[in-house]
Design a binder for this molecule. Structure first.
Ligand code: SAH
Ligand code: SF4
Ligand code: F3S
Length: 479
């Protein structure tokens, strides 16, 4: 059965002991803000769907909210600390609402919730509920309680079995591109990273459930699906034939869903990038030529200290294989500078790797020691000023590469899937196969269409194009 419908009963047990929000019952307002990765964004959407039958409609205004959910990220210190300053603001709103006789509850969800649990309520007593990323399906029940609650145990039941899809009529608002979590958690334990602790052990959803979710999305007009996982290419879910399926098999099946034109997946780990998946980038037209394949650093000594399970040469060889299968693929990566023990020579090795690969886009960060991870206790922590300088140099290089990739697109014609209105009136915006944002002056009714677009100019963040004739040849562009 389709999981967009079979969870409705769970969501029917509702806040304040009401069974279902009756039309006469006043609707309540939910303000939900998500930080961090796309998986958190997916979870925020699921929470919103789960609470809709409980009478909650989303609002953009914090002041109007009966329920505020901060869906938090713990990946770096700044991300985690931001939550406490945000909670200070939310508390002021809660007090004002209470003083005016209005309801206001505060929920902290996501990875800070998982990592810090009850400590959050000790630091900020205005918080009512702390709920981890594997427990948020229990939110309706938690909200019924009068007292504060913390729910961060890794549950034995599967949250995905309890989630519900958007209410009928709402799904169209989700647009033409959707994300679907297919794998969650991580068993890799890189020495800098909190994810194995906040998201738990690796888990792959069964193909049948993913397929049902994608079919529902496709029926509502979704044309591009990004499959999400902390280690998505380690996917090994139960297949339709009862055997374990790989990500390549999953993609091949999803590509057959009527209406699905494009598939992407993120984030991948280099050591799980197998030949079958690489071949899929050659064989499966729906699989877009974009791959986020974080390398983190370019020095073998640093990669070993990071416990990344791959060396520099292995990464470069892998890139060679991937480009042999799909020459125009746009590669993207995450980088950490200033990991403990990183010398100037180690850092130069990262710059050199970037030079050799040529990235179309990248995210780069200063190392942030995270409590409970091995890296936080390593000796030779790198000085803050050194980290800052290295990050600046790396980002300059990555920016130059990105600009060059953008520049090389000028004059080419590529397929653009239009997603929404653009920045200026009369413009609409979509994505190229390489995940670049493309602005085009064209009527709104082309939103949802895949059209050939000739790229005519570039800026720092976007490409600008014009609609090409339907017969225009769509070229592969070397990234
Ligand atoms: N699962 C993905 C990434 C998860 S976190 C992977 O394996 O690559 C996203 C990115 O945040 C990481 O790729 C890394 O570059 C960065 N990151 C994680 N922990 C960090 C830390 N302690 N300090 C700085 N950056 C970090
Ligand atoms: Fe974190 Fe490493 Fe797992 Fe990625 S592979 S989520 S960086 S522990
Ligand atoms: Fe952040 Fe958790 Fe995602 S720590 S990056 S929200 S998995």
């Amino acid at each position: 059965m389709n999981e967009f419908s079979d969870g409705a009963e769970t969501a029917g047990e509702l806040v304040n002991g009401q069974k279902e929000a009756s039309p006469a019952m006043p609707r309540k307002k939910l303000f939900i803000k998500s930080y961090g990765c796309q998986m958190n964004a997916y979870d925020a959407q699921r929470m919103s769907d789960l609470l809709a039958p409980a009478g909650f409609d989303a609002t953009e205004s914090l002041d109007d909210a009966d329920l505020v959910i901060l869906n938090t990220c713990h990946i770096r210190e700044k991300a985690a600390e931001k939550i406490f300053s945000e909670l200070g603001k939310v508390r002021v709103v809660k007090r004002a609402r209470r003083a005016a006789g209005l309801t206001a509850k505060i929920v902290v969800a996501g990875c800070v919730a998982q990592a810090e649990g009850a400590e959050i309520i000790r630091r900020q007593s205005a918080v009512d509920i702390v709920v981890g990323p594997q427990n948020y399906h229990r939110l309706p029940a938690l909200l019924r309680r009068a007292e504060a609650a913390v729910d961060t145990e890794f549950p034995l039941d599967d949250k995905f079995d309890h989630l519900v899809g958007p209410a009928a009529g709402k799904i169209k608002e989700r647009g033409v591109c959707a994300v679907v979590t297919v794998q969650e958690g991580c068993d890799k334990f890189c020495s800098f990273c909190v994810v194995p602790y906040t998201r738990g052990a690796e888990y792959s959803r069964p193909v049948a459930k993913i397929l049902a979710e994608v079919e529902t999305l496709a029926a509502a007009g979704v044309k591009e699906v990004t499959l999400l996982g902390q280690n998505v290419n380690a996917y090994h879910g139960e297949g339709l034939d009862g055997r374990v399926w790989t990500l390549a098999q999953l993609c091949a099946r999803l590509a057959e869903v009527p209406g699905i034109l494009r598939l992407r997946y993120m984030t991948s780990h280099p050591s799980d990038m197998d030949d079958e998946l690489i071949a899929a980038h050659h064989d499966l037209p729906a699989l877009m030529p974009y791959l986020h394949l974080p390398v983190q650093a370019g020095s073998d000594a640093v990669l070993a200290a990071m416990r990344r399970k791959h060396g520099r040469d292995e990464y470069l060889e892998l890139v060679g294989k991937i480009r042999a299968a799909r020459p125009d693929i746009a590669l993207s990566s995450d980088f950490i500078v200033g990991f403990p023990g990183e010398s100037e020579a180690d850092f130069e090795a990262t710059l050199d790797l970037v030079d050799q690969v040529g990235f179309a886009s990248a995210f780069s960060f200063q190392y942030s020691p995270r409590p409970g991870t091995p890296g936080a206790d390593f000796p030779d922590q790198v000085d803050a000023e050194v980290k800052r300088r290295r990050l600046g140099r790396l980002q300059d290089l990555l920016e130059t590469q990105r600009a060059a990739v953008h520049q090389a697109m000028v004059g080419k014609t590529v397929a653009v899937l239009f997603e929404k209105k653009g920045r200026y009136p009369g413009q609409i915006v979509g994505r190229s196969p390489y995940l670049q944002s493309v602005q085009v002056t064209a009527p709104d009714d082309l939103i949802g269409d895949l059209r050939p677009v000739e790229i005519v100019a570039t800026s720092a963040n976007s490409l600008f194009g014009r609609l090409a004739g339907e017969t225009a040849r769509i070229e592969e562009v070397k990234a």
